[in-house]
Design a protein around this ligand. Structure first.
Ligand code: MG
Length: 370
């Protein structure tokens, strides 16, 4: 793997501060428009169609500044000046179990990680279950036990919940929705408005493991590979990065839509370019092989225990060292940098010295992976 950190440190273009705000205003207006009359699987894939549906239906109806940030969680100011973060997520993964995890683990990790992405220290979760008539109570108990274990490992409590049952055929076994809250320590600021040209893009580990593990677990592909989901709480790694690199600008977990889509969200929110180096992307050979056979770009495959951190280039070495020192971060890498041009675009520099543009995910090559 090539290490571009030295180069990132040397090549940042200069940039006027006010220009960043102006670009955010301009590019916000460019979000994809909803053209469909009915919901399709692509509206749940986390890519272009999802963004269009969220904008046209949900943001349009619920409009308020906290929602409109479209961050992983909402940041809410309490009367005493403390900031509470709140995030919610539904889980419909099929199959319910796969190498490395289950719907229960995902439901806990996914919401904890979204809270961590807005800088919060998660404390409490709710869990709401939609169960299909006929579902095995033993299977339900096993999945709930895994949720309890995942919550205890992360130091959070599941403090409220709900159960609904629908007739046979009206759901696929079970669905879970978790909501989490936590406090954001004083002085911690993160957001796309802080991202500047010259900043370095880090990933906390290998990409594409979760999506490929679930795809292969369905067994309808004639591919056998030893791939396990990376589902994990990233809260410990986030705290390590923020301690080592206090000027960290922005965090996001590349779940549905993958690294490619998340980098596009950053590019659109800032009007800046995210330039990724293909040689630096940590991808396990088994995952790369399975993606190649299926014709799927690993940049669009979901992760459930990884995050992208955009850090000040002066702190990039320290942030990367902190990640690699963590048991979950051995594969962490600097994968790119922020530049002023080409505006609002994600570019991948290939090993052969070429470049290609990476758009948001279009369609849904991997439905129901979380
Ligand atoms: Mg997220």
């Amino acid at each position: 793997m090539t290490d571009h950190l030295t180069e990132y440190r040397a090549t940042g273009p200069s940039f006027r501060e006010g220009e960043v705000i102006e670009r955010i205003e301009n590019f916000r207006r460019r979000r994809p428009r909803l053209r469909d009359s009915h919901v399709t699987l692509a509206h749940g894939a986390g890519g272009k169609a999802s963004a269009a549906l969220v904008d046209a239906v949900f943001v349009e109806a619920f409009r308020n500044p906290r929602l409109e940030s479209l961050a992983d969680g909402a940041v809410l100011a309490l009367p005493d000046g403390q900031r509470l973060a709140m995030s919610t997520d539904s889980f419909v993964v099929q199959p319910l179990r796969f190498p490395g995890g289950s719907i229960g683990k995902l439901a806990v990790h996914g919401t904890l990680n979204d809270l961590a992405m807005v800088g919060a220290v998660p404390s409490w979760l709710s869990a709401a279950f939609v169960l299909e008539e006929g579902f095995s109570v033993d299977e339900l108990s096993a999945i709930v036990a895994e949720m309890a274990e995942a919550a205890a490992e992360a130091g959070v409590e599941i403090v409220t919940g709900d159960t609904k049952v629908v007739p046979r055929g009206a759901a696929d076994g079970m669905y879970v929705t978790t909501t989490g809250v936590g406090l954001i320590p004083a002085g911690r600021e993160l957001g796309p408005q802080l991202v500047k040209p010259g900043d370095v893009v880090l990933i906390s580990g290998s990409i594409g493991d979760h999506g490929m593990a679930v795809m292969l677990a369905r067994g309808d592909l004639a591919i056998e590979a030893d791939i396990a989901s990376d589902t994990a709480a990233v809260t410990g790694m986030v705290e390590a990065v923020l301690a080592a690199a206090p000027a960290t600008r922005w965090l996001r977990d590349p779940t549905r839509g993958g690294v490619g889509t998340v980098c596009n969200e950053l590019a659109q929110a800032t009007g800046l370019a995210v330039v990724l180096d293909e040689d630096c992307l940590p991808i396990r050979p088994e995952v790369a092989g399975a993606c190649e056979m299926l014709g799927i770009d690993p940049l669009y495959v979901a992760n459930e225990g990884k995050f992208i951190a955009v850090v000040d280039r002066a702190e990039a070495d320290a942030a990367l060292a902190a990640l690699r020192a963590h048991p979950l971060g051995a594969q962490a890498a600097a994968i790119g940098q922020i530049t002023a041009e080409p505006a609002a675009t994600v570019v991948v520099r290939t090993g052969f010295g070429g470049t290609r543009i990476v758009d948001m995910l279009v369609g849904d090559p991997l439905p129901r992976i979380c």
